[in-house]
Design a protein around this ligand. Structure first.
Ligand code: PAF
Length: 277
């Protein structure tokens, strides 16, 4: 595997490659990222993964400065997973000037849920992803379903901007107790880690309730929030939405058409998770 820091060198290395598969990341990699790389590997073309902690998608009070930078370890893990090129640009390389041109995704999709609680987050994500796509020019890009809304926003961007890139979703990897793997799990204290299982537990309970015929979605969401609060969580949202557009479901919507998404804080750590219903 080659590690490349400059856009010019990356373009030279990929010249003439038709089926490049791309996995963008912010590093501090775990099995969830590596499963996306293996999924990309199985597609047959060269695999590029990027590691870039994107300042544009962090609000001033968020963890940009403390976000773990573990490039050496990330490179070893990527090599083991079959990655061909690690693209790890510096901020100066990717943002040589303050980024004045930005991608503003439609509010109906991007200003709800994560976008409501993290204003500007999807502008930062779309802008860096578009720029990384320009650098890598992949045929396929793989994003984890763990960031469900992000996957939908990127799919929508690629479709509306007629970018010739297939967007593939990778399943969420979970620890033995059900906690979705996340780079931010490392922020949890031992006591918080023990409580963290409650988030996926509540999502599973909601899935079962809807599958059993429950259609009072607001009551189901409220019960999950109450159960999380009782275990020390502070919720941003627990929301049952339609998979197609992330809007609130109608009573007639049922299993196969829905997803439940949640974001909540344990202490200072904010975790997100979702399950399709
Ligand atoms: O999901 C992430 O890690 C980031 O949002 C991404 C897609 C790499 C853009 O910075």
């Amino acid at each position: 595997m080659r590690t490349i820091h400059s856009i010019a060198e990356l373009r030279a290395a990929l010249a003439g490659q038709a089926r490049t598969a791309f996995v963008p990341t912010m590093g501090n990699l775990h099995e969830g990222h590596l499963s996306l790389v293996r999924q990309a590997r199985a597609l047959g073309g060269p695999v590029v993964a990027s590691v870039f902690v994107n300042r544009l998608q962090f609000a001033p009070h968020e963890d940009f400065d403390t976000y773990p930078r573990t490039l050496e370890r990330d490179a070893e893990l990527l090599q083991g997973a079959g990655c061909d090129i690690l693209f790890a640009p510096s901020e100066r390389e990717l943002y040589p000037q303050p980024q004045g041109y930005k991608v503003h995704p439609p509010a109906a999709l991007a200003d709800i849920l994560e976008g409501h609680f993290r204003p500007g987050f999807f502008i930062g994500v779309c802008t860096v992803v578009l720029k990384l796509f320009q650098c890598v020019q992949p045929a396929i890009a793989v994003f984890g379903k763990k960031d469900y809304q992000q996957l939908m926003v990127i799919r929508n961007m690629v479709q509306q901007l007629a970018m010739p890139i297939e967007i593939v979703g990778g399943e969420t990897c979970r620890a033995g107790d059900g906690l979705a793997l996340s780079s931010r799990n490392g922020y949890l204290s031992a006591a918080e880690r023990a409580q963290a299982v409650a988030l996926s537990g509540q999502l599973r309970a909601l899935v079962q309730a809807v599958q059993a015929g429950g259609r009072d979605f607001a009551a189901l969401e409220a019960a999950a929030v109450q159960a999380l609060q009782a275990r020390g969580w502070a919720e941003d949202y627990v929301a049952i939405r339609r998979r197609a557009d992330l809007l609130a479901p109608q009573p007639a919507d049922g299993p196969g058409a829905l997803v439940v998404l949640a974001a909540a804080r344990l202490g200072t750590t904010r975790l997100i998770d979702n399950l399709e219903i």
